[in-house]
Design a protein around this ligand. Sequence first.
Ligand code: GDD
Length: 268
Amino acid sequence: GSLENYASLFKIIQKAKPDEIYHLAAQSYVASSFDDEFSTLNININGTHYVLSSVKELGKKIKFYFAGSSEMFGKVSTKYQNEKTPFNPRSPYGISKVTGYYLTKNYREAFKIFTSTGILFNHESPRRGSEFVTRKISYGVARIKKGLQKKLSLGNINSKRDWGHARDYVNAMWLMLQQDTSGDYVIGTGKEYSVRDFADKAFKHVGLNYEDYVTIDKTLMRPAEVDTLLANSSKAKKQLKWQPKTTFENLVIEMVESDLEFVTKFGY
Ligand code: GDD
């Protein structure tokens, strides 16, 4: 199926007759969303609408999960963000997720469909694409350690994120659809670290100093940056009994170790 094609999504849902739908698909690269605003907005907004509309047409018993994002908060004015924090997106990607959030909410209210949005903060793992900063760092560190690369260019290393492990966050998504009522939940660790902290820990893990290898490339800076994001997940902790299990340090180590293994095995 394609998010750009209503009929294809409708047919798949009609055939599979799912009990639950986890709608994670999107153009999810924040930086690329500035280069092609039109594709990002068309795919992310219409794609979400097509899935929701198919659920409405085919069977209201389906439980629907929408992958919201902390990018919806954008330029924040409060230290912590929870379900009541106003949205202030800074990218076409963030705007598309805010619209998806409201579509999801409207289908819940207008058509009484079980629809929940997880407002997930950055979640990482060794499976992360190397377009994203954490994997770019862990892969770069492994290649530098093995002598395959000399430098690692990054953009804004002062920006701060609330980074958790994807494994823990997928568990939160599932918990949301096991509830009796639907709703919106902020999911994050409640701790924030800068890109610089991530690089520092990753290089240190292999006995190197990031300052000797990281170079700053201004072309990697975003036209409008989200400087800081920090979750208050009290609602999820209380209602879903959800707790993140992986610490920042263990996340960095797991990613670097996995890339060291990859580079050793494949040699690139
Ligand atoms: N990608 C990238 N590459 N980011 C860099 C780089 C670099 O070389 N150097 C610095 N950064 C900074 C970005 O400017 C941003 O502030 C931060 O690192 C994180 O960037 P990404 O890893 O690309 O993730 P993101 O925070 O923009 O978005 C991710 O998390 C969202 C949840 O908050 C994506 O997974 C989104 O799809 C997701 O919704």
